[in-house]
Design a protein around this ligand. Structure first.
Ligand code: UD1
Length: 465
């Protein structure tokens, strides 16, 4: 296993390009199951999650080939397989996105339930409710969702849940409705840009969908879908992560391939904290806009709530918490999408942040400086928050379990290093921990301090999962 050794304190400077959005690429790859002709997808990042899904699609009769650094070609060569195996599905929750496409195109789907997750409860009841409304027969057996339907029929579907709509659930029901008989209306559909990109992809295959980007979708079923050449939208979460990196290190970073129209809540909140962001080139055609961020000498406190789109995304909640830990005054961060998504709090505290959790909120008492320490990544976006905090901290930080980061950010250390960061990927072993972080070796610490340090370590360490 690898870990990062980050030397903080350098203001980041230079240009960096945002990749295509992981959360658009994954459901779109899955929906290629429904295409009768070849599909080319452009700007698909080379991520562990993309490779995992490519392997799963391989077991489902698709030929998936990377054409060059940026594009993937997918072609169905055998339509008979309907089982998405636990061994692959358990590695990545987004595998559930094959459920709707398999059911719609092959009349049957056996998809392993994705299981537990570090960011909280993640039921799929809304996915199943929507597919049942279209006439699917659904059972849960031996840990698998078993869905079948001779013919899906259009219907009215309501996808609102206690925490808003569902992003991947909307993709699953939308995919199924596209090949159903008659008209389907989806109410309380997710409006995230990734869902819009998913719908536009289906339209380019021949689907008839109205209302994308609104909570009301109208789908007129078609008999078959063809092939397409589709470019994935820029990743608004990655763009936000790079902007926050520039802001937290008091740097001057130019971020290319952004879609500011997808990032209003993010840009608004960053400006509220005193971060200077300017659009220096407008996007055109398939290339996104370019944003320049300049970090202020001091950041202002803010109150943030993660909400469904167009609200602040839950996927930047952790990164904002890292930023606000350096802001003047008291900030509050609430997550209304995943109210238990706070595994990063204890790790940020290890870096010197003053944060305590109150139910679905975290109260952040801004500090003047963070200082390097050994920390542990718990999920993808929490890991990004730790990298940001480490870049701004004084001294060295060791970040363990960075495999979470590789799921969602392509070569993040190389790209941040091109801006002047110092991030080394090394094997996770004691010898690679910088000497200044190994406080107990060769240092004589009086006994009471050791006892206190041990009890703090016990409460701060995240659960092994
Ligand atoms: C997607 C994103 C993920 C992001 C999340 C919220 C992908 C691959 N992943 O995940 O990065 O954090 O959207 O923007 O696109 N819920 C239910 N019942 C369901 C489904 C969801 O109650 O059937 C709840 C969830 O527990 C959560 C909320 O709805 O509280 C939103 O979840 P959802 O939009 O489904 O997240 P994902 O699609 O899994």
């Amino acid at each position: 296993m690898d870990m990062f050794v980050v030397r903080g304190g350098t203001p980041l400077q230079g240009r960096i390009r945002v990749s295509g959005a992981k959360n658009a690429a994954l459901p779109i790859m899955a929906a290629s199951i429904m295409a009768d002709d070849a599909v080319t997808l452009r700007d698909v990042p080379d991520l562990v999650d993309v490779r995992t899904l490519a392997s799963l699609l391989g077991t489902l009769g698709l030929l998936v080939e990377r054409q060059d650094d940026q594009s993937l070609q997918l072609e169905v060569i055998d339509n008979s397989a309907t089982v998405a195996d636990y061994e692959l599905v358990r590695r990545m929750r987004a595998s559930i996105c094959v459920l709707g496409p398999l059911l719609a195109r092959r009349g049957r789907a056996c998809v392993s339930l994705p299981g537990g997750c570090n960011i909280g409860d993640r039921p799929i009841d809304l996915h199943l409710k929507g597919l049942e409304a279209l006439g699917a027969d659904i059972r849960i057996e031996r840990g698998y969702v078993m869905a079948s339907a001779k013919r899906l029929r259009g219907n009215r579907v309501f996808l609102g849940g206690s925490f808003g709509s569902t992003v991947t659930g909307t993709c699953n029901v939308l995919a199924a409705a596209v090949l159903a008989d008659g008209v389907t209306t989806i109410e309380s559909a997710a409006c995230e840009p990734e869902v819009v990109d998913f719908g536009n992809f289906l339209r380019s295959l021949g689907a008839k969908i109205d209302g994308l980007g609104t909570p009301f979708l109208r789908i007129e079923g078609v008999r078959r879908l063809g092939g397409t050449d589709h470019t994935i939208i820029p990743d608004r979460i990655e763009a936000a992560t790079f902007l926050i990196a520039g802001a937290m290190t008091r740097g001057d970073v130019t971020v290319e391939n952004c879609c500011p129209g997808h990032m209003s809540a993010i840009l608004d909140k960053l400006k509220e904290t005193g971060v200077e962001i300017t659009e220096i080139e407008a996007g055109s055609g398939s290339t996104g806009a370019t944003l320049r961020v300049r970090g202020p000498q001091s950041l202002k406190q803010a109150e943030c709530s993660a909400l469904p789109y167009p609200g602040l995304p839950t996927d930047v909640q952790a990164q904002f918490m890292a930023l606000l830990s350096l802001a003047d005054g008291i900030s509050v961060v609430t997550d209304k999408v995943f109210p238990d998504r706070f595994m990063h709090v204890a790790e940020l505290v290890r870096l010197g942040a003053r944060i305590h959790r109150e139910g679905p909120s975290a109260i952040i008492n801004g500090v003047g400086r963070l200082s390097g320490a050994c920390v542990m990544a718990s999920d993808l976006r929490a890991s990004a928050a730790l990298v940001l905090a480490a870049l701004a901290a004084e001294g060295d930080t060791v970040i363990r379990r960075i495999y979470h980061l590789d799921r969602g950010y392509e070569q993040i250390e190389q790209r941040l290093n091109s801006l002047g960061a110092s991030i080394r990927r090394v094997e996770d072993c004691a010898e690679n921990v910088p000497a200044n972080l190994q406080l107990t070796q060769g240092v004589s610490v009086p006994a009471p301090h050791i006892a206190v340090a041990a009890s703090v370590a016990k409460t701060a360490a995240p659960q092994e999962r």
